[in-house]
Every structure is written in structure tokens, then in C-alpha cells.
Design a protein around this ligand. Structure first.
Ligand SMILES: Nc1nc2c(ncn2[C@@H]2O[C@H](COP(=O)(O)OP(=O)(O)OP(=O)(O)O)[C@@H](O)[C@H]2O)c(=O)[nH]1
Ligand SMILES: [Mg+2]
Length: 232
């Protein structure tokens, strides 16, 4: 199995950070390959930064960075630009997606530039509003862009680093980058695969769901306009 970089975005995660990184280190060490964990916080106002720095001092496989402004896309750009390995796997810090995604996606990156973990296709324990929100977004993307994939949330996605470098201009500051990159890969006929993932996510979101919805639809319309005006 190839070495990989696991990316974790964190915003105000002081309650779970040490525990989850500890769990991850145990799991990743069992895979018997080289790995690193890159954690990026932006704008956290609790003790996430102190804890992240402490964890990075204790474990040589963990790197921690902080940026001043919020936005998962911003954090991801920093994370992949600091990565040591060619396979980049993005997981939410609460590890709500089943960890088996890491091993599966790392293998699938041999033949694909992008692996999408899809909650709708697997067992999902999520609130009804969030399930509904994901379903409406899926139909909107299908109608506007003709893409048949179902999950464009950042968590549980994996990328080849050369693909990210080629298309880094499509990584926006927030969360539209997953849709943008999926569309670009489909347009260029790069290999993409979507696989079901089990997801257990009952905690309140770190995102403001109203702003998040606005930003997602804004991103979708922006992509459509760029397609119409030949700017992709
Ligand atoms: N670096 C960074 N991480 C963030 C930011 N906002 C949220 N996150 C992280 O993004 C991950 C996902 O956040 P959650 O609150 O679990 O999101 P969610 O609403 O469950 O998202 P879905 O799984 O897409 O439904 C967590 O690791 C958060 O700490 C941010 O502005 N910057
Ligand atoms: Mg979550």
C-alpha cells in the first residue's frame, strides 16, 4: 500500500481533537505503510490550536498549522501544499465517516484521481434536515451540471496530489471545491469513483448551515456560469 497524507480540518474541536487523533494513530499504524496526518485550524477560538501544537510536538507523524481566516477550502489548500505524499485523504475530525474509507480510497487512488465517499449510498445516521439538504443539492447538481455523483461534502474524499496541483484554482475558500474538482475531473475525462461509506454524525454542525447552503448554491451557480461562458 502506498504512503499517504491524511488531512483533518479543525474548527473549535478542543473536546475531541486529542482523542480522535489518538484513535487515528492507532488505526493508521495498523495499515503498515508510511503516513502523515496534517491538521489545519483556521479561526478556532477555543484551545484547538494549543492542543494541535501539543499533539504535533508529541507525534512525529502529525503536523499542525493554523491560519487566521475561516474556511475549509483555505485549510485544505494549506494542507495539501504541505503534504509529503502523493495520495491525500480528507476526513472530518469527528471521524464520523467509517475509517475503512482511508484504506479503500488509498488503494483506489492508484487508478483514480478522485475518490468520493458517499453517505447517501451507505448506512447513514444523520439528522433528517441534513439528509434532505444533501439530497436536494444532489438533484440540483444533476439538473444543472449533469453530474451523477451524490456526495459533494468535503469529508471522506481522496485526491491524487498531481490532480490537486493541476487544478488548485478550483479550490475555493469554503466547501464548493469538491463539486468544482469533480466537475473538472469529469470534463477532462479523468477517472473518478464514488463508493458508499457508513457515516455516524449526530453532533451539531460546526458550520452555520444557512451560510453553508448559501455558499454551496453560490458555488454551483458560479460553476454553471463559468461553463456557459467557456471559462472552465
Ligand atoms: N479548518 C477548518 N475546519 C472547519 C471549519 N469549519 C468546519 N471545520 C471542520 O470541518 C469538519 C466537518 O465539520 P462538521 O461540523 O462535522 O460538518 P458537518 O455539518 O457534519 O458536515 P457534513 O458531514 O458535510 O454534513 C470538522 O472537522 C470541523 O472541525 C473551518 O472554517 N476551518
Ligand atoms: Mg460532521
Amino acid at each position: 500500500m502506498r504512503p499517504f497524507t491524511l488531512f483533518l480540518p479543525v474548527y473549535n474541536e478542543e473536546d475531541i481533537l486529542e482523542q480522535k487523533v489518538g484513535d487515528l494513530l492507532v488505526y493508521l499504524s495498523s495499515l503498515e505503510t508510511l503516513f502523515e496526518i496534517i491538521i489545519v485550524s483556521n479561526g478556532s477560538t477555543d484551545d484547538t490550536v494549543l492542543l494541535g501544537e501539543k499533539i504535533a510536538r508529541r507525534h512525529s507523524q502529525v503536523k499542525f498549522f493554523q491560519l487566521p481566516q475561516r474556511g475549509v477550502g483555505r485549510a485544505f489548500k494549506k494542507g495539501f501544499s504541505e503534504s509529503r505524499y502523493d495520495h491525500i485523504i480528507f476526513m472530518d475530525a469527528d471521524l464520523s465517516a467509517d475509517l475503512s474509507f482511508i484504506e479503500k480510497s488509498n488503494q483506489l487512488l492508484e487508478k483514480n484521481v478522485l475518490v468520493l465517499g458517499a453517505k447517501i449510498k451507505g448506512l447513514q445516521n444523520r439528522g433528517i434536515i441534513r439528509k434532505l439538504g444533501s439530497a436536494v443539492f444532489y438533484f440540483s447538481v444533476l439538473a444543472l451540471m449533469g453530474l451523477k455523483y451524490v456526495d459533494y461534502a468535503p469529508g471522506a474524499k481522496a485526491y491524487r496530489r498531481d490532480f490537486l496541483r493541476r487544478h488548485s484554482e478550483y479550490i475555493d475558500d469554503f466547501t464548493s471545491f469538491v463539486l468544482n474538482l469533480t466537475f473538472i475531473a469529469a470534463m477532462k475525462k479523468d477517472q473518478i469513483i464514488e463508493i458508499p461509506i457508513a457515516c455516524n454524525d449526530r453532533r451539531p454542525s460546526r458550520f452555520n448551515l444557512f451560510h453553508e447552503a448559501l455558499s454551496k448554491y453560490n458555488g454551483l451557480l458560479g460553476l454553471k456560469f463559468r461553463q456557459i461562458f467557456g471559462k472552465l
